[in-house]
Every structure is written in C-alpha cells, then in structure tokens.
Design a protein around this ligand. Structure first.
Ligand code: ADE
Length: 249
C-alpha cells in the first residue's frame, strides 16, 4: 500500500487539502501538526512544511522516518524566473537546486558538499502524472477558479511548465536579484524556499518526490498580486484540484 506525504507551503493550501480528506486525525510532532487520513482512497499524511530549507528538511525527514510515507508530493507557490513563466502558471519540478549553496573553492558553486551533485532530480513517473493532472486542470481554469478570479488576476490561458526550480532561504523581491539568479542559473523556471531541501532528503532516503508550484509573482520589484488573496483564490484551488486529479490518475 502506498502512503503519500502531502506537503503544503501555505496554510490555505493545507486547509483545502484537509477539507478534501474525510477522516483526518491530527498528530503533533516537533511543533508541527501532521494529519493522517485518506484522499480518493489513498492513505495520506498532510502537513505544513513551514518556510525555508531547514523547516522543509525536518518536515520531510519526519514524514519518512516517523510516518513511513513512501512518496512525497509538495504544493506551494513560487516566483517566476523563466521567460514566459507568468503569474497563474504552474511549474512542475523536473529538478531542484539550492541557489544559495556555495562552498567554493572547496567544491563547485551550487554543489551540495559530499553528495557530488548540485541538481536533485524529481521522480520522473510521479512528475509526469502531476504534469498531466495540472494540464487537465489548467485547460479549464475558469471552471476551477471561477470567472471572477481569472479576471481579477488577469490570467491568460495559464500554462504548465516543467523543469528546474531553485530554492534558497530568501524571498526574492527585487529585479536585481532575480536578474542575478537568471544569469547564474539560466534554465531556472522558478524560485521558492523549500523544494531543494525536500528533494535532497528524499534522495538520501530513496523516496520518490514530485513538486508543483503555482507562480504568484515574478520575483521582482513589482507587487503584482495580493499574495494572500492569490493563495486563496488561485493557488489553493489549483493545488487541491490538481492533487485530486493526480490521485485519481
Ligand atoms: N515564493 C513565492 N514567490 C517567491 C519569491 N519571489 N521568492 C521566494 N519564494 C517565493
């Protein structure tokens, strides 16, 4: 039997997931609430990652060691970096890197010392399923979000991208910083603060991992969206609908 760990980055996303679970039971460990239950007939454990790489690594380790999940799916928001990665698009991670890891000159920039790698791939089969689920949901965005939300956030045929997501312990909120990231890691599609940590933990334990991020901003000076409203109206609805489709696939 598969037991899936579902990690949400923001509270409204976790709330939407819990609302879809008929039987969740709270189990507090290490100042976190883990929720055991079922979704679409699958055993799941849902939890908030908290923010940043350390919090995410701790959460992932507990899911694997204490809750014995045999795969992890992450859902959250990210800043768009790649050309054409727009607010309201979804990015499914093909791989993760830590953009703030730099032990040079002892090790090459970005390489996680003693692992021999800088790039941590997600599970191809799980990611392909997540991608198909996301494409199906985004193709009927108005049905999922409602016409008003699509108009409010000026979403124009939202797209699914698949590729590199970079993580670091910084909210990227200036054009200068996102330009630097784009220059250093030209194939990065999006930036967030947890995924690479979960990917590394999952690699250490040999646990398949997939991640989905709804683009909430362009990681620049312009605050295009009301972040909490966006999470509520767009990211949470995408995340619960896409994960629902994923479990049924
Ligand atoms: N999550 C959502 N937007 C982000 C940004 N601009 N930087 C880091 N994490 C994010």
């Amino acid at each position: 039997v598969n037991r899936t760990g579902i990690v949400a980055a923001m509270h409204p996303e976790l709330a939407a997931v819990l609302a879809a679970m008929p039987d969740e039971q709270r189990e507090p460990v290490a100042t976190r609430d883990f929720w055991r239950g079922h979704w679409a007939g699958h055993e799941v454990v849902a939890v908030l990652s908290r923010v940043g790489k350390v919090a995410a690594a701790t959460t992932a380790t507990l899911l694997i060691e204490r809750f014995q999940v045999d795969r992890i799916v992450f859902t959250g928001t990210a800043g768009g970096l790649g050309d054409g990665v727009r607010v309201g698009d979804v990015v499914v991670a093909g791989a993760f890197m830590q953009h703030d890891m730099d032990a040079s000159p002892l090790f090459p920039r970005f390489e996680v010392p003693l692992t021999g790698c800088a790039r941590f791939d997600t599970d191809p089969a799980l990611s392909a399923r997540l991608c198909s689920a996301a494409e199906a949901v985004l193709s009927r965005a108005e049905g999922t979000l409602g016409v008003d939300a699509v108009a409010e956030f000026a979403l124009q045929s939202p797209r699914v991208h698949r590729g590199l997501i970079v993580s670091g312990d910084r909210f990227v909120a200036t054009s200068a910083e996102s330009a630097k990231l784009r220059q250093a890691l030209p194939d990065a599609l999006a930036v967030e603060m947890e995924g690479a940590a979960v990917a590394q933990v999952c690699r250490d334990f040999g646990v398949p991992f997939a991640a989905l991020r709804t683009v909430s901003d362009r990681a620049d000076d312009a605050a295009h969206v009301d972040f909490m409203r966006f999470i509520d109206q767009v990211a949470s609805r995408y995340s619960v609908t896409i994960l629902g489709a994923f479990f049924k696939s």
